[in-house]
Design a binder for this molecule. Structure first.
Ligand code: NAD
Ligand code: LMR
Length: 331
């Protein structure tokens, strides 16, 4: 205890994420699954002098079941990333991958915390939920869409603007909504490091846009080699560490994340009221404990500009969710 699993562990995110998890002294077992290369990745990591015992599996001989057996936390970065100029339907491909992996989790580790990184997160999280419902094991308190990278970016960019990157690790900026473009809503008025006085409205809009479309910056710079992997691995490891602490009984752990709003009925209803729509999924600051979601925190006081961002995010999110729940997710 605790056993952490990475599904898609040989990929651009999977490998550095597995490295960060192996380096984390809270992890005692690390189990890696991918359709390629996991035995090699596992052998390599297993020589690092930290407590975690590492194993790597491939699909043959029930590899997925063996990987998942006894898992406490399952992180999913499996799936294709965006590439400029390459047109494939990310949703279609990744939906299939995530559905198959979710079936494996529902069968072999239905009580684990599931942390979904695979894009489009706004839709892959409902996909996992639907699979779990079919298997009769859905617990909304234990399913999380990983939006941490948006929060990490917001902290970094705000510290950059303050001219002090040294502050980046401690800057807290709530980012709510979902994880793509306009569904990403940074609440910069609540930043723990206030923006400089006299920060112009145009600067605020530019900063908001940069947080919403930070993924594009990386995709463009990588020029065909994929999307964010290293910053995502950092963000994924940060979320996993919070989950490990929560499982260990530490109180007051806040993990910003995209969750089913039924995970905390009262908190979820308050969020629905504030956004003016009965959405099933939304990301907010969520308190987690040993059984998963303890409380979904409200969005707090928003400026008029932030309210306008919410208004733009909500219909897009609704479409992303409905895409999965064509016959209605509310069973
Ligand atoms: P990648 O192509 O480098 O790695 C993906 C890995 O998934 C590969 O090793 C591949 O073999 C594996 N895989 C494919 N099908 C599988 C299956 N059925 N079972 C197990 N493994 C399987 O891609 P990447 O750059 O690591 O990105 C992975 C995903 O993460 C993409 O969907 C990307 O869009 C998403 N992403 C999300 C965020 C976020 O903030 N949530 C950030 C960056 C990237
Ligand atoms: C990101 O935010 O960097 C990821 O979601 C990857 C992408 O496609 O933008």
């Amino acid at each position: 205890m605790p056993k952490v699993v990475v599904l898609g562990a040989a990929g651009g995110i999977g490998q550095p994420l597995a490295l960060l998890l192996k380096a984390n002294p809270l992890v005692t077992e690390l189990s890696l699954f991918d359709i390629v290369n996991t035995p090699g990745v596992a052998a390599d990591l297993s020589h690092i002098a930290t407590p975690a015992k590492v194993e790597g599996f491939l699909p043959p001989d029930d590899g997925l079941a063996k990987t998942l057996k006894g898992a406490d936390i399952v992180v999913i970065p499996a799936g294709v990333p965006r590439k400029p100029g390459v047109s494939y339907d990310l949703f279609k491909i990744n939906a299939g991958i995530v559905r198959d992996l979710a079936t494996g989790i529902a069968t072999n580790a239905p009580k684990a915390f599931v942390l979904v990184i695979s894009n489009p997160v706004n839709s892959t999280v409902p996909i996992v939920a639907e699979v779990f419902k079919k298997h009769g094991v859905f617990d909304p308190k234990k399913l999380f869409g990983v939006t941490t990278l948006d929060v990490v970016r917001a902290s970094t960019f705000v510290a950059e603007i303050a001219g002090d990157l040294g502050k980046a690790p401690s800057v807290v900026v709530p980012v709510v909504g979902g994880h793509s473009g306009v569904t990403i809503v940074p609440i910069l008025s609540q930043s723990s490091l206030p923006l400089p006085s006299g920060f112009a409205k145009s600067d605020l809009e530019a900063l908001t846009y940069r947080i919403q479309f930070g993924g594009d910056e990386v995709v463009k710079a990588k020029d065909g080699a994929g999307s964010a992997t290293l910053s995502m691995a950092y963000a994924g490891a940060e979320f996993a560490t919070k989950a490990l602490k929560a499982l260990g009984g530490e109180k007051g752990i806040i993990a910003p994340s995209y969750v089913n709003l039924d995970a905390d009925k009262a908190g979820g209803d308050a969020v629905k009221k504030q956004i003016g729509k009965d959405l099933e999924y939304f990301s907010s600051n969520v308190e987690i404990g040993p059984e998963g979601v303890v409380k979904i925190n409200p969005l707090g006081k928003l400026t008029e500009y932030e309210q306008s961002l919410i208004v733009a995010a909500v219909p897009e999110l609704a479409t992303n969710i409905e895409k999965v729940c064509t016959r209605g997710c509310r069973s």
